[in-house]
Design a protein around this ligand. Structure first.
Ligand code: STR
Length: 417
């Protein structure tokens, strides 16, 4: 893709550079090329050069390294004006002040309440509601079948479920869910012109700011209200910080879990021997969830961290001011970590729990337990209600959306059986 708004000359990109395809035409091929390009690989993101880490052990170490920060002001290409708001991926980095964009002591201040609200123990309280949403959406699936018995599992089930859960948690009214789903779809799609993307982000900021002001005036029993209220003797978050956390939670909580649920269904339908094992009780749903997280990560590439000093990784040096991406899909397929058959889906694999799909270190996903609860309810409920569930098209015909950072299918047509 031609990228006229950046001045990064092709000469800046070495021969070993992997160009990340915005259309996501061959994700497995690209993952293999990244792995082959080395522990630390040079990538091109719509004309912008960056490093990516492709191995489990080194990623783990880098994710603990305080010399890497999320603050965009530490990025040389941003300081020099080579990268601007005209770059289509800027919204993944320049997303406002929140727990996603701040490090150190300030990061702990921004994040503590959210992570405490999402512990496995606290989540037990909302399990019945998640079960209720799941049953309602299974009914909706049944009702949405066409005359041919085909229904899109994505739009009718996998997409609305996490939106309802994160909506309930954050206090976002159901009447707004369709708008949010539409806006995030456009935000992530590389087919959306950048001026439209910037406009929709501005609209979302107005929406979230209004919501935070409403919750400030009339607090309710949700995490947004909790984020607004100061702890006994503590310093409250600013409005900007609450808005930042709220939008990070809605975007992350909604987008990633769609991938987890759909990828697990797809893996099971294309590995019927393993589905049989789960249905016969010989393997657990937790094994399906962990192996799916490893093998088909919802997040392909996580943008971005910046080096505040030169950082040596093996034979390469990330120079001060350079950007580092974490390529979770390649990391899940790391042969050193998972063995020579790392590309195979195998729910009985001994290392299935030793993946790093939720990250590591201070920014490790605060919603990890929530996504496991959601998938742990949705998957068995789906296969119990529709034991004859099968794909309505050959697996090769399922296409990916043109999204560079997330692993997201266009649709997932099934026969309910
Ligand atoms: C989307 C745009 C926005 O308004 C706020 C955020 C912050 C959190 C980000 C989110 C982004 C994109 C998807 C992310 C999420 C955190 C977890 C999720 C990166 C930039 C993952 O895919 C892991």
């Amino acid at each position: 893709m031609n990228c006229p708004h950046t001045a990064a000359a092709p000469a800046d990109r070495g021969a070993g550079t992997v160009v990340i395809d915005p259309m996501v035409q061959d994700l497995d091929g690209e993952t293999a090329r990244l792995r082959d390009a080395g522990v630390l690989a040079r990538i091109d993101l719509l004309g912008v050069p960056a490093w990516t880490v492709t191995r489990h052990a080194e990623a783990r170490q880098l994710l603990l390294d305080p010399r890497l920060v999320k603050d965009i002001e530490a990025w040389g290409l941003w300081q020099s004006g080579v990268v601007t708001r005209a770059w289509p991926l800027i919204g993944m980095i320049d997303a406002g002040r929140s727990m996603f964009t701040v490090d150190g002591a300030e990061h702990r201040r921004l994040r503590t309440k959210t992570s405490q609200a999402l512990t496995p123990r606290r989540l037990e309280a909302i399990r019945p509601e998640i079960e209720k949403f799941t049953q309602e959406l299974l009914d909706a699936l049944d009702a949405a079948q066409g005359d041919d018995g085909v229904v899109d599992l994505k739009s009718v089930f996998a997409q609305p479920l996490p939106m309802r859960v994160v909506g309930m948690l954050m206090g976002v009214d159901e009447s707004k869910h369709a708008m949010l789903t539409r806006q995030y779809k456009a935000f992530f799609s590389m087919l959306t012109p950048q001026d439209e993307r910037l406009a929709l982000l501005a609209e979302l900021d107005v929406f979230y700011t209004d919501l935070v002001r409403e919750k400030t005036a009339r607090p309710t029993d949700d995490l947004t209200s909790a984020l607004i209220l100061a702890e006994e003797g503590g310093e409250p978050l600013t409005e900007e910080e609450v808005v930042g956390n709220l939008k990070a939670m809605v975007a992350a909580g909604h987008e990633t879990t769609i991938g987890l649920v759909l990828n697990a269904v797809r893996a099971l339908l294309s590995h019927p021997d393993q589905l049989r094992k789960v249905l016969a009780g010989e393997a657990g749903w937790d094994a399906v969830i962990e192996e799916t997280l490893r093998w088909d990560t919802p997040t392909t590439h996580l943008l971005m961290r910046f080096a505040t000093e030169d950082i040596t990784v093996g034979d390469e040096v990330i120079r001060k001011g350079e950007g580092l991406v974490v390529s979770y899909r390649a990391i899940g397929r790391d042969i050193e970590q998972h063995g020579a058959d790392a590309d195979a889906f195998d729910i009985t694999r001994p290392t299935r729990n030793r993946h790093m799909t939720f990250g590591h270190g201070p920014h490790i996903c605060p919603g990890a337990a929530l996504s496991r609860v959601e998938a742990g309810i949705a998957l068995p409920a789906l296969f119990t209600r529709f034991p004859g569930l099968r794909l309505a098209v050959p697996d090769e015909e399922i296409t990916k959306l043109p999204v560079m950072t997330q692993n997201d299918m266009s649709a997932f047509p099934v026969h309910l059986g």
